[in-house]
Design a protein around this ligand. Structure first.
Ligand code: PMP
Length: 352
């Protein structure tokens, strides 16, 4: 029997459920309900056997160049990985080594805590204010780095860029990671600050706004020095993180900007309509700038509603955590999916 002291003890992150059936309305993991662009599907259909036989390009240069051009930064400022989870984990491993506490909000992406534990990083969760806002002055204390999403998850609240900058500018000796998984749906990106602040990393994903969660593509941008250290760590761990299929289809996605803009526009439009409808039904929520709404009903218990929805094949997310147990996180789906959700909620609320 292998002794337990050989094992790394961890409490893993629990991802949202991925039901096997297709006839469910899946509003629980902030995926995009629309297909990726036509160009992505065409590229996929032309992928030849060499992409399978051969190892992929370890530098992922085609995708790095495409992303760099798209954001108008030089390619030494771009790092790519297997979803932004991979990029963020690599950043934790690379930048949070001082032994000082890394700071992140108490209500935020649950994976931060998991990576910190996995990599034995000391951390402190900084409480959001009572309206779920991040308070920049709370991030002035001594620390070994900072990470937060903007818009934050699961609240959906975006922080104006001047407040984000306040956090970055007050921590010149530590890396500040702004996780922009949802920024395409609202808010001002910190990307414009990358040239001015050598301590800033901005992470992005193809999983939400680009409808490519299944392909696992994420990236980050930052000062050349930070990106080069990040690459050294990556090449000390696994040279071939991204599959050739992901690289090629990722390039195709970035090329089709008009489709991307159209889909993001549709989702934000549906989000705004959904906000009105939820308000009419007695829900309140922080004003989301993401592709989900974090809503609480004035009378009905969230867990009860979560279960009733699930029984009716509508999946949303509920977190059984002290400050947020009264809320459900509802991903914005298609117009039809949101109609089905709202019809169900209306009936349920009338009858309970
Ligand atoms: N950051 C935040 C805030 C997220 O909600 C998610 C999605 N779970 C991610 C990062 C990771 O997304 P992905 O690995 O699909 O890029």
């Amino acid at each position: 029997m292998v002794s337990k002291d050989n094992f790394r003890q961890v409490v893993p992150y629990v991802p949202g459920e991925q039901p096997k059936e297709n006839d469910v309305i899946k509003l629980n993991t902030n995926e995009n309900p629309y297909p990726p662009s036509q160009g992505v599907m065409e590229t996929l259909s032309h992928i030849d056997n060499a992409s399978f036989r051969k190892y992929p390009d370890p530098d992922v240069s085609d995708l790095v160049s495409e992303i760099a051009d798209y954001h108008n930064v030089n390619k030494e400022k771009v790092f790519v990985g297997v979803g932004s989870d991979d990029v963020l984990a690599m950043c934790f491993l690379t930048f949070f080594n001082s032994g000082r506490q890394v700071l992140f909000p108490d209500i935020t992406y649950a994976f931060y805590k998991v990576w910190a534990d996995l990599f034995k990083i000391n951390y402190r969760e900084v409480p959001l204010d009572e309206d779920f806002n991040i308070v920049p002055s709370d991030y002035l204390a001594e620390n070994g780095g900072i990470v937060f999403p903007n818009p934050n998850a699961p609240t959906g609240l975006v922080m104006p860029l001047d407040r984000v900058e306040e956090i970055i500018s007050n921590n010149p000796n530590n890396v500040v990671i702004v996780d922009e998984a949802y920024i395409d749906f609202g808010g001002e990106s910190a990307l414009s600050l990358v040239d001015r602040y050598s301590n800033l990393i901005v992470t992005r994903t193809f999983s939400k706004s680009r409808s490519m969660a299944g392909m696992r593509i994420g990236y980050c941008m930052g000062n050349e020095k930070l990106i080069s250290v990040l690459n050294s760590v990556k090449f000390s761990y696994n040279s071939y993180t991204m599959s050739e299929v992901a690289i090629k289809t990722g390039v195709a996605s970035v090329k089709d900007d008009s489709y991307f803009q159209r889909i993001v526009g549709k989702i934000t439009e549906t989000r705004e309509k959904t906000k009105e409808a939820l308000t009419d039904l007695g829900f309140t929520f922080p004003d989301s700038s993401a592709n989900f709404i974090f809503a609480k009903h004035n009378r009905i218990d969230a867990e009860q509603l979560f279960n009733a929805l699930k029984e009716n094949k509508i999946f949303v997310r509920h977190f059984d955590l002290p400050r947020i147990k009264d809320y459900l996180r509802i991903t914005i789906g298609t117009e039809n999916e949101m109609k089905a959700l709202l019809d169900f909620l209306k009936k349920y609320i009338e009858n309970n």
